[in-house]
Ligand binder design. Structure first.
Ligand SMILES: *Cc1c(COP(=O)(O)O)cnc(C)c1O
Length: 397
C-alpha cells in the first residue's frame, strides 16, 4: 500500500489532500483497505453510494449491460436512457430530462438552459443568475462562478459574467437583488458543502413566489440532496414547492458517473437540436445502472422511510453528544441521512481520529462534521459511529 501511495503522489496532479489508504473492495457500508483494515464508510463517496458499496442490484445491472452494449452516441435512441428519463419524470415535477456526466456539468447545462429560456421569453438582456453565499455548484468555470465562495475562485479569474450573490435564507436580500437583467435563481435546497445549512421552513416557498411573480426561473441544485438523501426522492418535496429546473448527479448512478437536468416542458423547449450535447451523457452503461439504483430506492418506499427514521435516530444520538460536550458541539442539524455537526473548533483532528479507528467521516466548511452514509446503513452502524465520537470528544474535553 505504501508503494501505491508513493506512486499516487508521483503521477497524479496534486489536487486532493488524501488520507493514506487504498481501498480494495467494498460491501454495504464497509470498505476493505489493501492492508486488510476495515473502515465503516459514513462518507459514501460524498453522498454517491446511496445503496452502499457493490449493491447486488447495481452490480448485476452493470455486468449485464457491459455484456450487451456499453456506449453508443446520442445520434441514436438509447433504451435505458429513455427508461431512466421516464422514471425521473414520473416521480418529479419535471417533463423532460437531459443527461450529462457530473454535477458541475448538470449545473452548466441548467445555466445555459435558463439563459436561453430567458432570451426567448423574457428579453434579450435577461441573463443574470442569482446564487447564494456558502453555496457549492461545482468546479467548471460557470459552476465555479455560481459558487459564491471566494476561496474557490482565487487564481481562476476572470470568472464568467452574469452572476450575483446573496446571503442564503434571506428573502429580503433576494427581493433587492432582482433587476430587469435577472433570469434565474440557483440554490441548493440544503447547502451541503457550505456546512449542511437548512433554510427556514418558508424560505423556499417565498423564493418560489418571488420567482413566479417576477417571471424568473427557480433552479434547485439537488446534486447532493437528490435521490433519497434527505428521506424524500428530492429535497424540494419537503418544502411544498415545485422548481422549474433541478440538477442531479452524486447519488443518481449509485456510483457510476452520471448527471442530469430535469425541467418543465415550457423550459425544456428552449433546448433544440444542436444547442447542447454531451458525448457520454446518458450512455447505456450508466443509465442502466442508474435505473437499477433508482428502482431500488423507490421500491415500496422502504429505503426512503428508513432514511427518515434512521436520520432521526442518528440526530437524536448526536444531540445527546451535544448535551454531553457543549463546549465542542455547537449545533446538530440534518434531514434524512444528510447530517452536519457544527463544532466550536476545526474538525480535521476529529476526522483523523475517526479514520484511525476505522470510521470514515468528512469535514465541510472547516468546522462541520458531515455524515452522508449509504441509505442502507443500520442502527448498529450508527451506534458505532456515535460511540466512537463520544470517546474521541471525551478525550478532547
Ligand atoms: C458535489 C456537488 C456539485 C458538483 O458535482 P461534481 O460531480 O463534483 O461536478 C454540485 N453541486 C452540489 C450541491 C454538490 O454537492
Amino acid at each position: 500500500m505504501k508503494r501505491l501511495i508513493e506512486e499516487s503522489q508521483q503521477y497524479l496532479m496534486n489536487t486532493y489532500s488524501r488520507f493514506p489508504v487504498v481501498f480494495r473492495k467494498g460491501r454495504g457500508c464497509v470498505l476493505y483497505a489493501e492492508d486488510g483494515k476495515e473502515y465503516l464508510d459514513f462518507v459514501a463517496g460524498i453522498a454517491v453510494n446511496v445503496l452502499g458499496h457493490c449493491h447486488p442490484r447495481v452490480v448485476v445491472a452493470l455486468q449485464k449491460q457491459a455484456q450487451r452494449l456499453i456506449h453508443v452516441s446520442n445520434l441514436y435512441h438509447i433504451e435505458p436512457q429513455i427508461r431512466l428519463a421516464k422514471l425521473l419524470v414520473q416521480n418529479s415535477f419535471a417533463d423532460r430530462v437531459f443527461f450529462c456526466n457530473s454535477g458541475a456539468e448538470a449545473n452548466e447545462a441548467a445555466i445555459k438552459l435558463a439563459r436561453k429560456y430567458a432570451k426567448e421569453h423574457l428579453g434579450e438582456n435577461r441573463y443574470e443568475i442569482i446564487t447564494a453565499y456558502n453555496s457549492f455548484h461545482g468546479r467548471t468555470l460557470a459552476a465555479l462562478t455560481a459558487t459564491a465562495q471566494e476561496k474557490f475562485h482565487k487564481g481562476f479569474e476572470p470568472l464568467v459574467p452574469g452572476f450575483k450573490y446573496i446571503p442564503y435564507n434571506d428573502i429580503e436580500a433576494l427581493e433587492k437583488a432582482i433587476t430587469p437583467k435577472t433570469c434565474a435563481v440557483l440554490l441548493e435546497p440544503i447547502q451541503g458543502e457550505g456546512g449542511v445549512r437548512i433554510p427556514d421552513k418558508d424560505y423556499l416557498k417565498n423564493v418560489r413566489e418571488i420567482c413566479t411573480s417576477s417571471g424568473i426561473l427557480l433552479i434547485l441544485d439537488e446534486v447532493q440532496t437528490g435521490m433519497g438523501r434527505t428521506g424524500k426522492l428530492f429535497a424540494y418535496e419537503h418544502f411544498g414547492i415545485e422548481p422549474d429546473i433541478i440538477t442531479l448527479a452524486k447519488g443518481l448512478g449509485g456510483g457510476v458517473p452520471i448527471g442530469a437536468v430535469l425541467a418543465t416542458e415550457k423550459v425544456s423547449a428552449s433546448f433544440t437540436p444542436g444547442t447542447h450535447a454531451s458525448t457520454f451523457g446518458g450512455n447505456p452503461l450508466v443509465t442502466q445502472t442508474a435505473l437499477a439504483t433508482m428502482e431500488t430506492i423507490l421500491e415500496d418506499n422502504i429505503l426512503l422511510n428508513e432514511c427518515r427514521r434512521l436520520g432521526n435516530y442518528f440526530i437524536n444520538k448526536l444531540n445527546k453528544l451535544k448535551e454531553a460536550f457543549p463546549d465542542i458541539v455547537v449545533d446538530v442539524r440534518g434531514m434524512g441521512l444528510m447530517i452536519g455537526v457544527e463544532l466550536s473548533r476545526p474538525c480535521a483532528q476529529i476526522v483523523k481520529a475517526c479514520f484511525e479507528r476505522g470510521i470514515l467521516i468528512n469535514c465541510t466548511a472547516e468546522n462541520v462534521l458531515r455524515f452522508t452514509p449509504p441509505l442502507i446503513v443500520t442502527e448498529q452502524e450508527i451506534d458505532r459511529v456515535v460511540e466512537t465520537l463520544e470517546d474521541i470528544l471525551g478525550r478532547l474535553s
